[in-house]
Ligand binder design. Structure first.
Ligand SMILES: [Zn+2]
Length: 264
């Protein structure tokens, strides 16, 4: 079963690599072409290297990026950025003081969002996270609550996990947000010292003690007293976000807001 999965992943990677090389080699020609020719060329390349929707696997049309229009229409967007009293903010209440908190999508079992997260985390598609970060950034720009941010900091992976996966999906989500909002991304400001947080069977006090030492902050005077947007891929128990936010507040006396791609 594992072998089949690795074969499938390797095949996917090879296909994307060839697709990228073909596109790169053509880019010089394409940029000077009229729009119709670009579309025709795009359709021609797609015959041999069809791009697939990350949610349903259907072949994408020229103007579709990463997901098809039908899946985009059916994705459970939360609109949490439009009101402060939302489920993501409530999940952090009493655990850590945050200015604002929001999640872009609702994650449910065997759903389109679950397939999206799988593609991002386990199928070497970090650009999908960046794409959704960019889309969310455009929405946050319209919200009065997210107008005074100074920096975006992604939840880091433990170095061992980063080596294994090759990328940090939360960084890519942060990159998209950063591009859309024009706010600098600080990828190396926060450091993860422990790989995972195990909390099962612990009482409330133990949980707080347990998450205390997971993150460390670099000495960065430029971030002192600033308003940080802390970003992660999926909010589940909230323990990771709480731990990171507390570390940031202690180290830099910052205000913290939170944005995640999805919430379970
Ligand atoms: Zn689709």
């Amino acid at each position: 079963m594992w072998t089949a999965r690795y074969k499938r992943q390797a095949k996917g990677k090879l296909k994307r690599l060839i697709y990228d090389i073909v596109l790169l080699s053509l880019v010089q020609e394409v940029t000077s072409m009229p729009f119709d020719l670009k579309r025709i060329l795009g359709d021609f390349v797609a015959i041999f290297f069809p791009r697939e929707c990350a949610c349903c696997g259907c072949v994408l049309r020229y103007q579709e990026k990463f997901i098809c229009i039908a899946c985009d229409f059916h994705l459970p967007y939360t609109n949490f950025h439009e009101y402060s009293d939302n489920d993501t903010a409530r999940q952090l209440w009493g655990k850590v003081p945050v200015e604002e908190a929001c999640s872009f999508l609702i994650l449910q079992k065997e759903s389109r969002v679950e397939r999206l997260i799988y593609q991002i985390k386990y199928n070497n598609q970090p650009l999908l996270a960046e794409y959704f970060g960019f889309q969310y950034g455009l929405k946050l720009l319209d919200s009065a609550s997210y107008q005074h941010l100074d920096a975006i900091i992604p939840i880091p992976l433990h170095p061992g996990k980063l080596r294994k996966r090759g990328y940090n999906q939360s960084s890519y989500f942060g990159r998209g947000l950063s591009r859309a909002m024009g706010i600098p991304l600080q990828e190396d400001a926060l450091i993860r010292k422990k790989a995972t947080i195990t909390q099962t069977g612990q009482d409330r006090l133990s949980r707080y003690e347990n998450v205390e030492d997971v993150f460390a902050c670099e000495h960065m005077p430029a971030l002192y007293g600033k308003h940080i947007l802390l970003v992660d891929d999926v909010l589940t128990t909230g323990a990771t976000i709480v731990s990171a936010a507390l570390a940031i507040q202690q180290a830099w006396a910052c205000k913290v807001s939170v944005a995640t791609l999805a919430r379970a």
